[in-house]
Design a protein around this ligand. Structure first.
Ligand SMILES: NC(=O)c1ccc[n+]([C@@H]2O[C@H](COP(=O)([O-])OP(=O)(O)OC[C@H]3O[C@@H](n4cnc5c(N)ncnc54)[C@H](OP(=O)(O)O)[C@@H]3O)[C@@H](O)[C@H]2O)c1
Length: 261
């Protein structure tokens, strides 16, 4: 097999779906995974209608189920004989205001975005270590850089994922494996459809174009769109008292109304 191979988790909707279309157009052999088979089948049809020669495989997989995740990734990599690119994109996002009872939601977010995602990367990493090459990509968020009001679980999951990728990158550099963390701002997907306010909103298609370019360039870390780079830099530099005062200005207004991120 000469074409590059790529597995995308959470390919059934949103950023993962758009990335699959983008990478199929670039000639990747693709492994599409998520929990909802009919959506993955529709995506495959959509890809083949645009790129009739595309090689597309589907594996249903819930990333919080370690056995399923191990099987899905290994089945695809074995079938192809190698795994060049692994995109850990699957994720969930809800607000979990600390003044509410949110035990279940908090654990679901951490199980999916942190434990499940990291486990999936560990499985892909083992394959890449054996072949001594590959590129691991984690879809994190701009929410990774500081604690945010009403988003304790989501921000923690993305901060943890980002720290994990940073360590991985240093460890794997000499083993021929590149590691990238991607930090999108607001993207219009099912995850964000109920959000009221989304500054610098991008479509999933534009996001996929930007992400695929960052992957091609093997960027270690990619924050977009550019106003978010500025926002993150300022946020990181702000003293705690100023940051906490500013981001909680609307705590009884917009944040209370929204349930999803
Ligand atoms: N949209 C944004 O503004 C934004 C911004 C920054 C970062 N992100 C990140 O981008 C990634 C994609 O999000 P999105 O906006 O494209 O949301 P989305 O449209 O809701 O897509 C989420 C994807 O993850 C899959 N998924 C969820 N739980 C899963 C599980 N347990 N096992 C396997 N697959 C699972 C879903 O498929 P099934 O339900 O079929 O399994 C779906 O394909 C997420 O990691 C999100 O945190 C999004």
């Amino acid at each position: 097999m000469t074409q590059k191979t790529c597995i995308i988790t959470g390919a059934s909707t949103g950023i993962g779906y758009a990335l699959a279309l983008k990478l199929a157009g670039q000639g990747y052999t693709l492994g599409l995974t998520a929990r909802r088979l009919p959506l993955l089948e529709d995506l495959k049809k959509n890809i083949l209608s645009r790129f009739p020669h595309a090689q597309i495989d589907i594996e249903v997989c819930d990333i919080t189920n370690f056995e399923q995740t191990t099987m899905a990734i290994n089945i695809l990599a074995k079938k192809w004989g190698r795994l060049d690119l692994f995109i850990a994109n699957a994720g969930i996002g809800y607000q979990t205001p600390a003044w509410e009872k949110n035990k279940k939601e908090v654990i679901a977010i951490l199980n999916t975005n942190l434990m499940g995602t990291i486990f999936s990367i560990e499985v892909a990493k083992e394959i890449m270590l054996e072949q001594k090459s590959g590129h691991l990509v984690a879809i994190s968020s701009v929410a990774a850089f500081r604690g945010l009001p009403t988003s304790s679980a989501y921000a923690t999951s993305k901060a943890g994922l980002t720290t994990y990728t940073e360590s991985l990158r240093m460890d794997l550099k000499k083993h021929g494996i590149m590691v990238t963390s991607i930090h999108p701002g607001y993207i219009a997907t099912p995850m964000t459809e109920k959000n009221a306010i989304m500054p610098f909103l991008l479509t999933a298609e534009v996001a996929a174009k930007k992400i695929s370019r960052a992957i091609q360039k093997q960027k270690p870390c990619y924050i977009f769109p550019w106003p978010m780079i500025l926002a993150v830099t300022i946020m990181k530099l702000m003293p705690r008292f100023l940051f906490e005062s500013l981001v909680t200005i609307n705590i009884n207004g917009i944040f209370k109304e929204e349930k999803k991120l």
